[in-house]
Design a protein around this ligand. Structure first.
Ligand SMILES: Nc1ncc2cc(-c3cccc4ccccc34)c(N3CC[C@@H](N)C3)nc2n1
Ligand SMILES: [Ca+2]
Length: 449
């Protein structure tokens, strides 16, 4: 096992990784930008290094600055967290070439599965159903129209380098194809430095189901069940849960095994997530996330498996210490992202502020992943998520009731958060029945405008 790990991230995920390190007897190194000088992850670490000014490109995204900090600290490994450089194959390769170990899939595995068309082709090879469409980038409008003629409109034109809904263009009829194709290629070039686009049949009211995977360097690949991420606003996940209320036992087993089989075929190691769309009892592979995800927590809660600790153990060469049959889903867990946004003002991010009151909930089945304490100044340079409230109970009904109780206790003063929005969601009949699909929230919120 490593003796010292640098966490190349900030906020709640940096503290989450450092907690796993501490439990493994590993010393921790934080990196921070000028804006994060007094932030929680710096306080928490055994040692901390400034890597540059607030602008992410000059600090958390600066490959050399991060690697130099690791070498200065004498770190044995670098854990990237999520976001920033977590899925950057170039950075992973640089870490692999240094004396330090990369805590994540190899740069090659990232390229194999991170490229969406390659991933689709690989999944098809492994008999994993994919969303109908192309497994090669398309160049011309005619190719788009051929897919639409075969599967019907609407179709989705997707940027190869996209993700999280960016670079997704929905085409409802033939007249729009040329224009939408050009826009998708232009945006792909502009935002992801990759103009390649591909086409899929667009599923209009799917569930967004994803499967957590852990794979070691000894050919062991396990799935840890699914998460349901269907409650999203403009492609931002708001509430995630495990297990999914939309899957029966049979579909659950099929999706988990398909994810495991697909990753097994990809010569993949460490943690990963296979994303599916589910509609009318059918499931379709969409893409792979080659990183630990924000919502890994709900999987940990219902399986009892510490995913981040296994990332560290696997990177250090250990074998996964459990068989697939040992993975059991027990109870129900929901994660509420606590964003510093004003839901009453179209979720506008808080312009700043001081955490005047920070009085989080506690009690049976309540987990809080954050990097905050009362009196902190809100850092608004990066993303608006300041904490995650994870609530776990014996079943979904009890989880809903416990979530209402926990959110009612959660006192934050000094700036707006979306806690009132979460409390409102818990009164929504469709959500309480687990019948919401990915378009539900955008539809509902558009009505209120
Ligand atoms: N062929 C096909 N059909 C329906 C889809 C539905 C989604 C989707 C999934 C989850 C939430 C969404 C919200 C608005 C629009 C789309 C979604 C989707 N994506 C792509 C990025 C991922 N984060 C969401 N891809 C889709 N692709
Ligand atoms: Ca994704």
């Amino acid at each position: 096992m490593f003796s010292k790990v640098l966490v190349a991230n900030r906020g709640e995920i940096a503290v989450r990784v450092m907690r796993a390190c501490k439990e493994l007897g590993v010393r921790t190194v934080a990196v921070y930008s000028d804006a994060d000088k007094h932030s929680g992850h710096v306080r928490y670490a055994d040692e901390a290094y400034n890597i540059g000014p607030a602008r992410a490109a000059d600090s958390y995204l600066d490959h050399e600055a991060v690697i130099e900090a690791g070498e200065k600290a004498g770190a044995d490994a670098i854990h990237p967290g999520y976001g920033f450089l977590a899925e950057n194959a170039d950075f992973a390769a640089k870490v692999e070439e240094s004396e330090m170990t990369w805590v994540g899939p190899s740069a090659a595995a990232m390229e194999r599965l991170g490229e969406k068309t390659k991933a689709r082709a690989l999944m098809q090879e492994a008999d994993v159903p994919v969303v109908p469409g192309t497994t090669e980038p398309v160049e011309s409008a005619d190719e788009v129209k051929r897919v639409a003629d075969e599967y019907g409109y609407p179709v989705a034109i997707k940027a190869e380098g996209g993700g999280g809904g960016r670079g997704l263009k929905v085409v409802y009829d033939e007249a729009e194809v040329e224009e939408q194709l050009e826009t998708a290629q232009r945006e792909g070039e502009a935002y992801f430095d990759n103009a390649s686009v591909y086409v899929e049949k667009y599923l209009e009211a799917p569930r967004h189901i994803e499967v957590q995977i852990l794979a070691d360097h000894h050919d062991n690949v396990r799935h840890l069940g699914e998460r349901d991420c269907s409650l999203q606003r403009r492609h931002q996940k708001v509430i995630e849960e495990a297990p999914s209320p939309a899957l029966g036992e049979d579909l659950r087993e099929q999706i988990g095994e398909a994810a495991r089989r697909g990753v097994d075929a990809a010569d993949y190691t460490n943690a990963g997530t296979v994303e599916f769309l589910v509609e009318d009892g059918e499931f379709y592979f969409m893409e792979v996330n080659t990183r630990i995800q924000v919502e890994h927590t709900v999987t940990e809660q219902v399986t009892g498996i510490d995913v981040v600790k296994w990332q560290l153990r696997v990177a250090a060469g250990e074998e996964l210490g459990f068989e697939q049959d040992d993975v059991e889903i027990e109870g129900h867990s929901m994660e509420f992202r606590i964003n510093a946004e004003n839901a009453a003002n179209n979720f506008a991010p808080a312009p700043g502020g001081k955490l005047e009151t920070y009085d989080p909930p506690g009690g049976f089945g309540v987990r809080l992943d954050d990097a905050l304490r009362q009196g902190d100044d809100l850092v608004t340079d990066y993303d608006s998520m300041i904490a995650k409230l994870i609530v776990t109970a014996g079943d979904r009904e009890e989880c809903l009731a416990r979530s209402e109780r926990a959110l009612e206790e959660f006192q934050i003063d000094g700036f707006h958060t979306i806690i009132p929005f979460h409390r409102l969601m818990l009164t929504d009949e469709k959500f309480r029945a687990g019948e919401h699909t990915t378009d539900y929230l955008d539809e509902e919120l558009d009505k209120t405008r």
